[in-house]
Design a protein around this ligand. Structure first.
Ligand code: NDP
Ligand code: 8X3
Length: 255
């Protein structure tokens, strides 16, 4: 299969790249950090002998997205798009949030998914098949304190996924939403703007999800028979029930 993964320079995207390359699939990986995705592409193609293409891409940049993907040869034979690139910025009360953080989250988590999906859709429609996997979040299912802009972006993404599933039905294109809970990646380091101590606290006192867990579930969703679509998967670590209940000896719920 030809699989395109956005945001593959770390976390879930990187783990999915490793997962799919190790399964023998041809992949295209994208992110803004050129050094990271190029190094990963070289490593994976050497290690697994599969085609691994890399593209430096900021999904917020509408014209760059269309320029990079619309007429690409790999994309013309695309089977699976994984909209994974995304981020949270800040964990502040609504009135204290940086306006730029809201803009960046919405531009990346919502508009980025719209642009990338629209850029590759003509190929999927022409082929009369395809699978779009959107990496949502439990923050797209529930709203928690100080989650405002991030929760809004992931709720919007959930609505988009549902909308895509309906509108693309007649093209036989599957749409799967994956909604993970707390997972130990660079996510919190980005959210807390490079503060390693604040980021580490998020994953202290329990065993969170790891990127590989999400990659394995995505691989399962991709591997189900053609006539089956897993519409929505909510997954948390065993210590977490939802956004409000996390079983840590020292923390009751989220703080
Ligand atoms: P990471 O920070 O480890 O990875 C995020 C990836 O997204 C990076 O590869 C980053 O690459 C890329 N990215 C961010 N902004 C852009 C952009 N504008 N254009 C292109 N790529 C971009 O976090 P995760 O792996 O945890 O996050 C992956 C997805 O999973 C996100 O959508 C996140 O919201 C979601 N998620 C995360 C959870 C968690 O607890 N970790 C739980 C639920 C959902 P680069 O900076 O090089 O561009
Ligand atoms: C990331 C998970 O709970 O921090 O999407 O919002 S959470």
């Amino acid at each position: 299969m030809n699989i395109l993964i956005t945001g593959a320079s770390s976390g879930f995207g990187k783990a999915m790249a490793i997962q799919f390359a190790s399964m023998g699939h041809a992949i295209m990986i994208t992110a803004r950090r050129a050094d990271r995705i190029q190094a990963l592409a070289n490593k994976l193609s050497e290690q697994y002998g599969v085609k691994v293409l890399s593209k430096v891409l900021d999904v917020q940049d509408r014209s760059a997205v269309f320029q990079a993907l619309e007429h690409d040869k790999f994309v013309s034979e695309l089977d699976v798009l994984i909209n994974n690139a995304g981020l949270a910025l800040g964990r502040d009360y609504f009135e204290e949030t940086q306006l730029d953080d809201w803009e960046t989250m919405l531009d990346t988590n919502v508009k980025g998914v719209m642009y990338v999906t629209r850029a590759v859709l003509p190929s999927l429609i022409k082929r009369g098949k395809g699978h779009i996997i959107n990496i949502g979040s439990i923050a797209g299912l529930e709203v928690y304190e100080k989650g405002n802009g991030y929760c809004a972006s992931k709720h919007a993404l959930d609505a988009l996924s549902k909308s895509m599933r309906i509108d693309l039905l007649r093209h036989r294109i599957k749409v799967t939403s994956i909604h993970p809970g707390a997972a130990d990646t660079e996510f919190s380091l980005v959210r807390f703007k490079g503060d390693p101590q604040k980021a580490a606290t998020v994953y202290e006192g329990y065993t969170p999800l790891y990127a590989k867990d999400i990659a394995e579930v995505v691989a399962y969703a991709v591997g189900v028979p053609e006539h089956v679509c897993l519409n929505s998967i909510e997954m948390t670590c065993t210590s977490q029930a939802n956004s409000f209940y996390l079983s840590k000896p020292t923390v009751q719920g989220k703080s």
